[in-house]
Design a protein. Structure first.
Length: 305
């Protein structure tokens, strides 16, 4: 992932999951232009009622209109203090590491968290969020923002889950150009983290397995040429794609996949496909969902005739 000119946006609330996601971002994306910690105050709604003494508007029998409730100054100051404390902690924890080159900034917004973060994703290189928020009762389950954000963000979204001890990076490929973009991001992450990349390719027993193998070997050669220092291997597997990827990523630090696969068509480069939707709910490691983009390195990728 080429982040030297882009920012990494980290969604922050008062949850341990969000704080751990911030540490993960600082540790792994030192080549970013900046890392921005963003807290979004949910605006909520309040009824719009007639002013006291207003008897000119007849009762219509309908519910009162609603409009966003403006966050209080106290709420905003609490969020600013929370972000400042986290930034201080991050800078202190990583001060002796080579991963401190990206400056850490903070920002407070108001509105729906998923919508606001998706808006920031229009200009960011990556969005990072914890797998559940402060309002999530069961820590193992995916949160509402984590579930909704990937399908609306134009940039890749990384959903962090605890456990940085994984010994590899796993990427799912289906020989499509979309999955090749995900493979580039996975390869960049793997080299920066000093980890091997495992490419997992699903094989259709009724399909053209020879063509799949040939295209995959060409793709591995292409990845090695585009990402110097890459240690990459391939695994072929049969079965439902989501189950294959979840099983392959059990001991991985990060699973990377495209938001959509071979079924991609115009206008659906952002929405999640069926496999990605299933993996979000089942995976136990950190997951990066990659949107399609016209990466210039794709021009060097050979396609089997």
């Amino acid at each position: 992932m080429k982040l030297s000119r882009d920012s990494v946006v980290v969604g922050i609330d008062d949850s341990e999951s969000a704080r751990e996601a911030a540490h993960f971002a600082v540790a792994h994306f030192a080549d970013a232009r900046e890392i921005v910690l963003v807290a979004v105050i949910p605006d909520g709604t309040r009824p719009v009622l007639p002013a006291p003494g207003d008897v000119t508007t007849p009762y219509t029998g309908s519910l009162p209109a609603v409009q966003p409730a403006i966050p209080s100054e106290e709420d905003r100051k609490k969020c600013e203090a929370m972000l400042d404390d986290l930034r201080t902690q991050l800078e202190s924890t990583h001060k002796d590491s080579e991963t401190t080159s990206a400056p850490i900034k903070t920002r407070v917004m108001a509105g729906d968290p998923a919508e606001q973060l998706a808006t920031l994703g229009d200009d960011a290189g990556l969005l990072v969020i914890g797998h559940h928020g402060a309002d999530q009762k069961f820590a193992g389950r995916i949160g509402r923002t984590s579930r909704g954000l990937p399908g609306h963000s134009l940039c890749p979204v990384l959903i962090y889950r605890p456990g940085d001890a994984g010994n590899s990076v796993v990427v799912g490929m289906d020989t499509s150009e979309y999955s090749s973009v995900a493979a580039l991001d996975a390869a960049d992450f793997a080299v920066n983290a000093g980890l091997p990349l495992r490419v997992v390719v699903g094989v259709d027993p009724l399909g053209d397995s020879e063509r799949t193998h040939t295209q995959t070997e060409l793709d591995l050669t292409w990845l090695r040429s585009e990402v110097p220092g890459l240690d990459v291997s391939v695994e072929y597997a049969q079965g439902p794609a989501a189950e294959v990827l979840v099983a392959a990523s059990e001991n991985a630090r990060l699973l990377v996949m495209g938001k959509r696969g071979l079924g991609l068509f115009a206008g659906m480069a952002v929405q999640l496909g069926r496999t990605a939707s299933q993996v979000i709910d089942k995976v136990n490691t950190s997951l990066m969902l990659v949107s399609f983009r016209d990466d210039p390195r794709l021009a060097n990728r050979r396609i089997v005739d």
